[in-house]
Design a protein around this ligand. Structure first.
Ligand code: FE2
Length: 383
């Protein structure tokens, strides 16, 4: 677990307000390797980092990550122990950058290698800003000049911002939710039994696999989603039809999770980690640097310099403090129409217990992770 004690005065000032505490810690520690690494699992976008099982070598395919410098003396045992990780932003390769106020912006497609030390800190150990190795695509190391290393990390944070907002947040929660909603309006009448799945009664309405197979509205719904939202691509894993109840339960659970818990994790964390712009620059106006260019603190600032997009992408408008917008994981509706069943009450009790477990775990952490506490999760992607 990284140690951020240097922020003690700031933390003390906000002890009763956990959300700003993390934001202030981000502002105080954004330049630290430990905070940079911490965000790969605890920040807004915990979906990029992967455990690295093979040792990257010079000249090998870019997906192996940047070569580990010989001076690091990492043994093969480190790979076996699972202490090496890779964040690969290959998806950004070849994406054209925008132009803002007539000024071209720039994108990288970096690979960032990380090491988990014995203290549990996840530390960056090598960064390559473009995918293809070559003389103009150096591997930046912590031993480089402070400015070179800082700017390399800033590029990774910028790339992470692009992937977070466009893929993890917008595509995988908001756009998915919209696709489900459109297909529902097209194929499921308001009184369709499916709409009551969230009450935990699916098995009551579908007593057998055959009942699932014979529900033509349900089958039209998933077929529409498969062909028009997921473009008929088998590799998405989206089914073309439901053959049994287990498939239906799995799919609907995924929908509910994507539009509630997953969205909460990638949405409400923005205020904490993205508000301090240098920690999460939305746009950079200098091209990725090479070592020969002698990065200085001034050139770091020039890359970051307060451009309109950097300021306009402030997450304030889209992520108010969760409790202000929460529609809790309860079951609403007029009592005359809806009474909680036994399974509803059990489900709510499970969620309360989960919340208590999360609170207990957070009590031992310097920075809490609250985004997945059930009572702080919205039941929609409406924000
Ligand atoms: Fe959102």
């Amino acid at each position: 677990m990284p140690c951020f004690h240097a922020a003690a005065p700031l933390l003390a000032a906000t002890a009763c307000s956990p959300v700003p505490t993390i934001g202030l810690s981000a502002r105080a520690h954004w330049q630290l390797d430990s905070f940079f690494g911490y965000q790969f699992l605890n920040g807004c976008n915990p979906y990029v980092i992967r455990q690295c099982k093979t040792r990257p070598q010079p000249g090998r395919h870019s997906r192996d990550g940047p070569a580990i410098p010989p001076s690091m003396h990492l043994s093969a045992g480190e790979m076996e122990r699972g202490t090496i990780f890779l964040a690969d932003y290959e998806i950004l390769e070849g994406v054209p950058a925008n132009s803002v106020n007539g000024r071209p912006q720039h994108l990288a497609a970096p690979l960032c290698l990380l090491y988990r030390n014995q203290q549990g800190e996840l530390l960056p150990i090598a960064i390559q800003l473009k995918q293809t190795p070559g003389p103009h695509n150096p591997v930046f190391l912590p031993s480089d000049s402070e400015a070179d290393w800082l700017l390399a990390k800033i590029w990774v944070r910028n790339s992470d911002f692009q992937c977070h907002q466009l893929v993890s947040h917008y595509l995988k929660t908001h756009m998915l939710g919209e696709a489900y909603c459109v297909a529902t309006l097209r194929h499921l009448p308001g009184a369709h039994r499916y709409t009551r799945f969230v009450e935990g009664l699916l098995q009551f309405f579908y007593p057998s696999d055959r009942a699932v197979q014979q529900d033509s509205e349900l089958q039209s719904w998933i077929t529409d989603l498969y062909h028009h939202a997921f473009l008929g691509l088998q590799q998405t894993g989206i089914p073309q039809s439901f053959q049994n109840r287990a498939e239906l339960v799995k799919f609907v659970t995924m929908v509910i999770f994507s539009c509630s818990a997953q969205h909460a994790a990638v949405n409400f964390s923005q205020l904490d980690f993205d508000l301090w712009m240098p920690n999460c620059p939305a746009s950079l106006r200098q091209p990725p640097s090479s070592k020969g260019s002698r990065t200085s603190r001034t050139s770091c600032i020039t890359s970051l310099k307060s451009t309109p997009p950097a300021l306009c992408c402030s997450p304030w408008p889209c992520c108010p403090s969760p409790p202000a917008t929460i529609s809790r994981w309860g079951f609403t509706g007029p009592p005359s129409q809806r009474r909680p069943s036994e399974s509803d009450l059990e489900f709510q009790a499970d969620l309360r217990n989960l919340g208590s477990e999360i609170d207990d775990r957070n009590a031992g952490l310097e920075l809490p992770y609250r985004y997945l506490r059930p009572d702080l999760i919205e039941n929609s992607v409406s924000i």
